[in-house]
Design a protein around this ligand. Structure first.
Ligand SMILES: Nc1ncnc2c1ncn2[C@@H]1O[C@H](COP(=O)(O)OP(=O)(O)O)[C@@H](O)[C@H]1O
Ligand SMILES: [Mg+2]
Length: 308
């Protein structure tokens, strides 16, 4: 069928009457619709279990077990958000959770959610106090109910009372905690005091000094964890996996030099390494090169804004 030819029968929701083509969505004041799972980005590189991720997992397990407040800080682009989302099973949760709004049979609750019992919350840039006030308990309560659903096959907060007060959620991770102002931090402390779960705040370096100005919250922080940059050897092997094989004709010399140049230029920053690898592959592709060379790395670096 030609791309511009529409199929004869459109699937319709019950909101539409005959002859309604839904054009009000085109020119109305409708916001983004978020009731379906977010699009799954197939081009996203596979998650790599790095040493820093293992350290983060250990840290999160400890905070969760002891129900402390933990602080995790590190430069932008080192992998904090991805580690935390991987720990909590947030990608899987975001695919599963919206399905509960439909009438179709629900697939099983994702295994990483059952395992981690962790809620993940990111305040928006201009989050209001009300949004935070509602957002924290909502994120945590949904996890508790999902655990009930997995265990009992249904949710009944009056029968399975242990899930009230977010009782089955063991950890709340708040990403981009730098966005929280004084009142927001106070809300987090108050939420923590009224519940029995651990909390991890993730932010940029310097957040630990900023929090020291709020003794109420600071005195409750059990652990501070620095998320460090990727080690050179790990970075080299991660980028090598995503780039062409060494050239047997020069015994891999150009390849080794190119990888060393990438490691130097990205300095352990995962996000920058990712962008650089994409750019290098593009340059090799358009020049029909099958092997990696330091020249391709130089050309890719010129095309990138090397900031983090
Ligand atoms: N463990 C990992 N495996 C694969 N890619 C990763 C990993 N950690 C980070 N990345 C890459 O680095 C980018 C930045 O990571 P992110 O977690 O957003 O950093 P931060 O939150 O520290 O700023 C990600 O979009 C991803 O491309
Ligand atoms: Mg982040």
């Amino acid at each position: 069928m030609p791309a511009n030819k529409r199929p004869q029968r459109h699937p319709r929701s019950v909101l539409f009457e005959e002859g309604d083509d839904g054009r009000r969505f085109l020119n109305g004041l409708w916001d983004e619709f978020n009731s379906s799972p977010p699009p799954y980005l197939a081009v996203r590189p596979r998650f790599v279990t790095t040493r820093e991720h293992r350290r983060f997992t250990e840290f999160a397990d400890t905070v969760r077990m002891n129900r402390y407040i933990g602080l995790c800080y590190g430069s932008p682009g080192v992998g904090k958000t991805l580690s935390a989302r991987h720990y909590a099973g947030t990608d899987e949760w975001e695919q599963w959770h919206p399905l509960s709004g439909g009438l179709e049979p629900l697939p099983p609750v994702p295994e990483p959610v059952l395992r981690s019992r962790t809620a993940f919350f990111t305040p928006t840039v201009s989050a209001t106090l009300k949004q935070i006030d509602q957002g924290l308990p909502r994120a945590c309560q949904h996890i508790s109910w999902a655990l009930d659903y997995a265990e009992h096959g249904h949710v009944d907060p009056y029968v399975h009372t242990e899930s009230q007060h977010c009782g089955r959620t063991e950890l709340l991770i708040i990403d981009e905690a730098d966005r929280l102002k004084t009142a927001g931090l106070e809300q987090v402390r108050d939420f923590y005091d009224r519940h029995s779960l651990g909390v991890i705040l993730i932010g940029m370096p310097g957040i630990e000094k900023r929090l020291a100005r709020y003794p109420q919250l600071y005195s409750r922080i059990g652990f501070a964890h620095e998320y460090r940059t990727l080690r050179k050897d790990e970075l080299a092997s991660v980028v090598a996996q995503r780039l062409p094989e060494p050239d047997p004709d020069d015994e891999g010399l150009a390849h080794t030099a190119a990888i060393a140049a990438i490691v130097r230029a990205t300095n352990g920053n995962f996000r920058l390494a990712d962008r650089l690898v994409t750019q290098i592959n593009r340059i090799l592709d358009i020049n029909n090169r099958r092997h990696l060379t330091p020249e391709a790395v130089d050309a890719a670096l010129e095309a990138l804004l090397v900031g983090h």
